[in-house]
Design a binder for this molecule. Structure first.
Ligand SMILES: [Fe+2]
Ligand SMILES: [Fe+2]
Length: 397
């Protein structure tokens, strides 16, 4: 059985990738698409965190039948995602056979665009890649003679045979995304994902954060992948980015906003009994309502499992559902980003998003009052901490 592996950062996956997959499908029985989890970090081209890129790829692959599989294997490999490591991990313990659902022997190919021919020998351990796979290189119409020269050079260099296949000519590089959207070089599902999560904006708010915070944030995104379902994970990442945006507008530490934002719901999908126990330990009886447990429980998880020690970050996690009197700026940006992140679809949030950029307290008052209306409809009472927060903010106006 022939299986092609197709790896990349897919930021985002575009029609150039799709055309490679369609071409390779004519030669392969199965294709496994592998979005990278950890790329070597470079300023200037800050990649979107792995879960955005992974789920965009999942959506883009829906149009294919089950011969195209998206793998999250790189989420489980510590350190930078090098191809040779990914391949050996896939071959451990029948992982790949189980993923595809076959006991047959697998003839493995590494699918790539012709652009890698010039750089393949600079990859980490190329000989190890070629020990286990055959390169299968996409050739676009009109690809010039250097294509053949490059293939021959690599074949001689590594004493290997390289296969090629033809694809339709779609030129699309992921560097100028807004242009690509305009030129429709990405699929509608990917475009929908980008709009829903407000990606590839003119301003990348991660640019305001330190390298250390960004790297921590990337790691948390990967850790949370294993404990939060898709929708909530994407929500938390949206909250992290929006928290940074508000922090930047209000001179609040963007690094702390990023980390508090991404961790605010980290305990939300823990077992309910565990949430309740953790909540009681950290928050006491004040938080003894199941919807509120995950705030204080998140403090326990962030502190004891993820080793977060910053008290301001832990407080912002603790109070993100209730608010509190004497809220810090960090508390407020996380509270508001949680309510206003781009994937939230209820109500018309755009007006309050704009207010939050200018006046956090006014946005807090509006947001809490909206919440109050909903509670009244449900004949429920507001939490004393939220009431106290509203009173304080209202009194200050
Ligand atoms: Fe929450
Ligand atoms: Fe949340």
């Amino acid at each position: 059985m022939k299986v092609g592996l197709f790896g990349g950062s897919f930021d985002p996956i575009h029609k150039g990738h799709i055309s490679i997959i369609e071409g390779a499908l004519k030669k392969m029985d199965y294709i496994v698409v592998i979005p990278s989890a950890r790329n070597s970090f470079k300023r200037g081209r800050i990649l979107n965190p792995a879960p955005y890129r992974y789920y965009m790829t999942v959506d883009a692959m829906e149009k294919f039948d089950n011969r195209v599989i998206v793998s999250d294997i790189e989420f489980s490999i510590p350190g930078i995602s090098y191809t040779y490591l990914t391949i050996s991990k896939l071959l451990e313990n029948n992982y790949l056979n189980n993923l595809i659902g076959t006991k047959e022997d697998i003839d493995l190919f590494w699918i790539c665009g012709s652009d890698i021919l010039k750089s393949f020998d600079k990859w980490r351990n190329p000989e190890k890649i070629l020990e286990k796979t055959t390169l299968l290189v996409a050739r676009r119409p009109g690809e010039d003679d250097t294509f053949i020269d490059d293939i021959e050079r690599l074949q001689n260099m590594y004493n290997t045979k390289i296969k090629t296949f033809n694809i339709k000519g779609v030129e699309a590089a992921s560097s100028s995304l807004r242009d690509e959207l305009v030129e429709k070089k990405i699929q509608n599902v990917v475009s929908d994902f980008i709009k829903t999560h407000d990606l590839y904006l003119e301003v990348n708010y991660l640019d305001y954060c330190s390298d250390k915070a960004i790297e921590e944030f990337y790691e948390y995104c990967i850790s949370l992948y294993f404990i939060l379902r898709r929708k909530r994970l994407l929500h938390t990442i949206n909250v992290a980015i929006m928290s940074v945006k508000f922090a930047v507008h209000h001179n609040i530490d963007p690094d702390k906003a990023l980390i508090a934002g991404v961790l605010h719901d980290c305990a939300k999908e823990l077992d309910k009994e565990v949430q309740s126990k953790y909540s009681m330990e950290i928050g006491g009886p004040d938080f003894d309502v199941d919807k509120l447990w995950h705030g204080p429980a998140g403090v326990k998880y962030a502190r004891d499992v993820l080793n977060v020690t910053d008290v301001e970050i832990l407080d912002a996690i603790k109070y993100h559902t209730t608010g509190r009197p004497g809220m810090t700026g960090l508390d407020k940006v996380v509270y508001l980003a949680d309510k206003l992140e781009p994937a939230r679809t209820y109500d018309d949030l755009e007006a309050i998003r704009i207010i939050a950029e200018k006046d956090l307290d006014q946005a807090m008052v509006i947001s809490i009052n909206e919440f109050k209306k909903k509670l009244i409809q449900k004949k429920m009472e507001m939490h004393p901490l939220t009431l106290a927060c509203l009173k304080e903010l209202g009194d200050n106006k």
